[in-house]
Design a protein around this ligand. Structure first.
Ligand code: SF4
Length: 104
């Protein structure tokens, strides 16, 4: 009986230890997402690329394609709403800028 309890305890402990890296990874991704400062559309680089928080607002832009936004852009990083063109900033999922390229 004591052996069964010990086995159960060992199995639970091993499972808990095995799950630790996944939990830590999720926590660090969440913390990292919170650390990114939202991109201000008045930021000089954002202005240069005509970044807008709502893609449809850019519909008059020559480079705008209906349905394009940050979430379907190849530069978008879904794990933290980051953008490779704006390091350390987060962009709106429904935002847009003239550098938009269809995600593969
Ligand atoms: S490059 Fe793509 S993800 Fe980045 S701001 Fe422009 S449209 Fe959004």
């Amino acid at each position: 009986m004591a052996n069964q309890s010990r086995r159960k305890f060992m199995r639970s402990s091993l499972f808990g230890i095995a799950a630790l890296p996944f939990g830590a990874s999720l926590l660090s991704q969440h913390a990292f997402a919170q650390e990114l400062e939202p991109l201000d559309p008045s930021n000089p680089q954002a202005l240069a690329l005509n970044y807008v928080k709502v893609a449809e607002e850019a519909s008059a832009h020559a480079a705008y394609k209906a349905g394009s936004n940050c979430s379907n852009c190849m530069f978008f990083q879904s794990e933290n709403n980051g953008c490779m063109l704006f390091p350390q900033k987060s962009v709106e999922v429904g935002g847009w800028c003239q550098s938009w390229v269809q995600k593969a």
